[in-house]
Design a protein around this ligand. Structure first.
Ligand SMILES: [Zn+2]
Length: 320
């Protein structure tokens, strides 16, 4: 389990009592609408009580219970910052600077894969304090950020950024964007289908959405032992833990076209203008095997990655 301090432990135990009273909205998998899970863990990485499982019909790893919005709101207001210690001003500045660097990486990835014209309109959903918005604004793009945390928005507004304390539901119906950025936020959303439907309405016909979520696949490409730990990925705020396969299932089902995706799940999607009736594929066995490999062959993965790293270095020096 993750190391947490006494204060965080206390918050976790209060939350564990509160969870009992949280209203469950659904026990179903959003992708295939079944509720048939292979349970992987009974708690998250901090010891917050919650069942996490793989859907046996489509292979998506998820928290079995999806709560009502009011319960999630309480969690975010009362517990999220206390357990993850994001609320201090000092931390906010550091987070802002980090996200600005993340913005640079997103910009490079986008520019490599799609051509970004200067006059496009960009929206970031779940912008936090606005580091990514700042990065794109400084490059001259018309960029708007929205987030549900009033504290974060207040911090970003002091930096003269175009930010709104709003959800996607509060945007004007005819407000369209050429590029929507969703950096580490889709995994928090309990009903991704209705979210994606709204996203599509705010995309121009030839617009794109950039999606980055924590990735199951990336665990196979690390050289750090403690990273290859599935339980570390379970996190009360994250309702889903996607892989390339399961995220693609979700996106295809919602009629998006894949432009590019990599192991880290940096991905770009466009609107599929033709209506395809996509049939959800079952990745249960594949996901389950991936999990077994992560559990029992950790050292082999680390060995392979370190070996690859040195071979690459060797070839580079030989070429010089
Ligand atoms: Zn499913």
């Amino acid at each position: 389990m993750f190391q947490i301090n006494k204060y965080q432990k206390k918050q976790v135990s209060i939350l564990n009592q509160r969870i009992e009273k949280y209203k469950v909205r659904s026990l179903f998998c959003e992708i295939c609408l079944s509720n048939n899970y292979k349970i992987l863990s009974k708690e998250d990485r901090y010891g917050i009580r919650m069942d996490y499982g793989i859907c046996k019909i489509c292979g998506l790893i998820q928290s079995v219970k999806k709560f009502e919005n009011a319960s999630y709101s309480e969690f975010y207001e009362r517990f999220y910052n206390n357990i993850y210690s994001f609320s201090e001003e000092k931390f906010k500045s550091k987070f802002f600077e980090n996200r600005k660097k993340v913005g640079e990486k997103i910009y490079k990835f986008l520019n490599k894969n799609i051509h970004l014209k200067k006059e496009i309109k960009i929206l970031e959903i779940g912008c936090g304090t606005g580091g990514i918005v700042a990065c794109f604004s400084e490059k001259g793009f018309d960029t708007l950020g929205i987030d549900l945390s009033s504290e974060d928005i207040k911090f970003g507004l002091n930096k003269n950024l175009k930010l709104l304390h709003k959800s996607i539901d509060d945007l004007k119906k005819n407000q369209k964007f050429d590029l929507i950025i969703s950096m580490r936020s889709l995994e928090h959303i309990p009903d991704p289908n209705s979210f994606l439907l709204k996203v599509k309405k705010h995309m121009t016909e030839d617009g794109f959405i950039y999606i980055n979520v924590p990735s199951l696949n990336s665990l196979f490409y690390t050289d750090k032992v403690n990273v290859i730990n599935l339980k570390r990925q379970f996190h009360f705020a994250h309702v889903y833990f996607y892989s390339i396969d399961t995220l693609s299932n979700l996106m295809f089902k919602n009629n998006f076209k894949r432009v590019v995706i990599n192991q880290k799940i940096e991905s770009i999607w466009s609107k599929n203008l033709k209506n395809t009736n996509y049939e959800v594929k079952n990745f249960f066995i594949k996901t389950f095997i991936q999990i077994l490999i992560l559990k029992y062959f950790k050292s082999l993965i680390i060995f392979k990655n370190i070996f690859k790293f040195y071979i690459k270095k060797l070839i580079q020096t030989k070429l010089k």
